[in-house]
Every structure is written in C-alpha cells, then in structure tokens.
Write a protein that binds this ligand. Structure first.
Ligand code: NIG
Ligand code: FE
Length: 377
C-alpha cells in the first residue's frame, strides 16, 4: 500500500541533490520511499497524510546506546554535580543489577527505552551489551538487543569484572565469549581508556578488535573519553566504522580521522552528565572529519534517550550549526553504522521519517526540552 505524505513545510532530505525542500511531499510504499518532490506535483497514492506545514526530517539514527540494563545510578549523577569525577567504576553496580534481572524484566525495560526513543524521533538505534561480562550474560544481552534492532554490538570489553585479571579477562573476551556472542552481534566495541583503572589499554583493545574482526564483526571503539589515549589512532588504523566520545584529541588524532574512513561519534550528553569539557566538534568538521551525534543512553554517563537534546547541546556548546547537528544525528549516524538506506530521505531509502511539531529543523535547538519530534510511522 502506498501513502502520500503531503503538506511538508520543510523537508530536510540529507540528499545532496534534493537538499531542503519547502511545500514538499513524498510517497512511501511498504518500507521504502518511492517519490520525493514538490507537493504540487505529487503522484496519487492509496492513502494520504497531511502534516499541515510541519517539518519532516530523516528518522534520527542513534548509533551508540547501552539499553540492556537494570537499575539506575542517579546518586552518581548527583555526586558528580557536587564535584565527584567519573572513572567507569559505577559500571560494576549496573552489572550486578542486570545479572539479577530476569529476562522478562530486562526485555520490558529495553522495550520501554526503545519506545521512549521512538517517541522522540529515533528510528534506528544501535544497542551494546556490556553489563553482563560473563559468557552467558553477554549472550543474553545480545539476544535481547537483537529482538529490537539489527545494530547489535558485543561490548564484553566494557570493564574488567571483579575476580579476574585484565589479561585473563581479555583472553575470555577474545576466546569463548566472542565465539558465543558473535552470532548475535553485528559489531564489536571496546572501552579503550588508559585513564580509567577499570577499562582497557591500547594493546588490550587491539587484541579485542582484531579478534572481533577475525570473527566477522565490524569494529567500533569507545576512545579518548576521559583523557588523551590510543583509542582514536587504533580505531582509524584498524578501519573501525566509528570511534565514539573523542573528548580529548591530539592534533595527530584529528589528522588520522581526517585521513581515514572512521566516523567520529560525539556524545555530548556524556559531557553534560559528567560535567566534562565538550569535544571540539568545530575543529573536527573544519578538518574534514565525518561527525555523528548519538546519545550513549546508559545508566552511568548519560541517562537521556533524546537526540533532540543532543542536537541542542551540539549547537549551544559545540559550535555546530543546527543543520550540521541534524546531519550528524541522521546521515552521520547512518555512516557510523555503515548504512546507506537510513539517515536520508530519497527514493529507495527506508521510510524512516520524523515529523516535528515545528515549521523548521531550527526548532530542535531553538526549543530545547520541548517534545517536538516523533517518528511518523
Ligand atoms: O559510553 N565509557 C564506557 N561506557 C559508557 C558508560 C557506562 C556506564 O557508566 O555505565 C559510556 O560512557
Ligand atoms: Fe558508550
């Protein structure tokens, strides 16, 4: 069945040829867009939706989230606002709460979080494991994640769990755990952060990523979140799809990103929630780096599931224009997931559309905290 969506006051296609259209329409047939153009020349369709002058943008692509968990750590947030520093230590609390949760509770919590995201305009979400840290618990997290998204990421190398040494744990992650998890994952990720006593150094991260690649997984890295380090360089060297955080970058890191194909995914909700300096997005864009924006939604460093909030932070705190921030949260997120069928509105792309209760995308940053965005279908 085809549906004509008409009355689009402003249509941000993210297609370089189509650009931004006014008084636009589009046709959706099944899961795909089949036509985009001026409302006045729209073809007939089986059904019709008039969005009455609202802006339509590609569904947001949240390319970095940790949604399979139980428990909250609001007390840590409050402590940080009173001056405490984040070092990854709180992850162990979420591991404990998550291991104790039955499948049914975790599934319901996950479904609630995905629904919360859709209600704010997100139509694709990447979901990581990483709060299980045993073979059985990591497999469980990935199976649950795979019920709601194809973009599943094995993050066994989130932190070293209690009762094991880093070397023993890297052996487990790259051996038995990887073998059990790889069938349920598209990606592998590692928290590469020598500045954290809980996370992994460059050599350990390299071992994890090389093993994941040999098992057929695409690569992603948590890098340079808490301090300068080898994460960004390693991600580019190994051809990772994305390196995420990028809060502390050297000139060499920026040059490597500019010369490579790895997307820099910025997560400003983390800097907000950990009271850290924001990454220098302007420097990255000016150097020609592809930048994505995502939430990192997780119980520790960013409990917000809102891409509009990330767009507002990117504009207000990181020097992006509203159009650049929207691009990073749509087409940029798609590139971070190496997808060409999402993040754009063009004939052939998926019909993942977000409608704004506003005449223009500018309102995403202009009216922060106002629930303007929702997934259309
Ligand atoms: O992306 N950096 C590591 N992992 C998460 C935080 C997880 C947590 O604190 O629970 C992040 O910030
Ligand atoms: Fe993360």
């Amino acid at each position: 069945m085809s549906t004509l969506v008409t009355g689009i006051g402003e249509l941000t296609t993210q297609d370089p040829e189509l650009g931004v259209l006014h008084d636009a329409a589009l046709v959706v047939d099944g899961e795909r867009i089949t036509w985009v153009g001026p409302a006045a020349s729209a073809p007939a369709a089986d059904a019709r939706i008039d969005v009455e002058g609202r802006a339509v943008v590609p569904g947001f692509v949240d390319s970095h989230a940790h949604l399979v968990f139980d428990g909250d750590r609001a007390d840590e947030f409050a402590a940080r606002m009173a001056g405490e520093r984040y070092d990854g230590g709180g992850i162990a609390r979420t591991v404990e709460a998550t291991r104790a949760a039955p499948d049914g509770s975790l599934r319901a919590l996950l479904a609630g979080r995905v629904a919360e995201m859709r209600a704010q305009g997100t139509t694709t979400v990447e979901i990581k494991s990483g709060y299980g840290l045993t073979v059985a618990e990591e497999v469980r997290a990935l199976r649950l994640a795979a019920e709601v998204t194809p973009e599943t990421t094995f993050l066994g190398a989130h932190v070293v769990p209690a009762g094991t040494t880093p070397d023993e744990y890297v052996d487990l992650v790259t051996g038995e755990m990887l073998a059990a998890c790889a069938p349920h994952a598209r990606w592998i990720d590692v928290f590469c952060e020598p500045a954290s006593p809980h996370a992994f150094d460059g050599e350990q991260a390299r071992a994890v990523l090389e093993a994941g690649r040999a098992a057929g997984l695409g690569l992603r890295v948590h890098g340079n979140q808490l301090g300068p380090g080898p994460g960004v360089g390693l991600a580019v060297e190994l051809g990772a799809a994305s390196v995420d955080h990028c809060t502390y970058l050297s000139g060499d890191d920026v040059d490597a990103l500019a010369d490579g194909r790895t997307v820099a995914t910025l997560l400003p909700g983390v800097e907000f929630s950990t009271r850290s300096p924001y990454p220098d997005a302007r420097r990255l864009l000016d150097a020609g780096v592809t930048v994505a924006l995502a939430t990192d939604c997780n119980p520790g460093t960013c409990a917000s599931s809102s891409i509009p909030f990330m767009i507002a932070l990117a504009v207000r705190e990181m020097g992006l224009t509203p159009a650049e921030a929207l691009w990073a949260a749509t087409a940029g997120g798609a590139q971070a997931l190496r997808r060409t069928d999402i993040g754009v509105i063009t004939p052939g792309s998926r019909a993942d559309l977000t409608v704004l209760d506003a005449p223009s995308h500018l309102h995403l940053a202009y009216r922060p905290g106002v629930p303007l965005a929702r997934a259309l279908f």
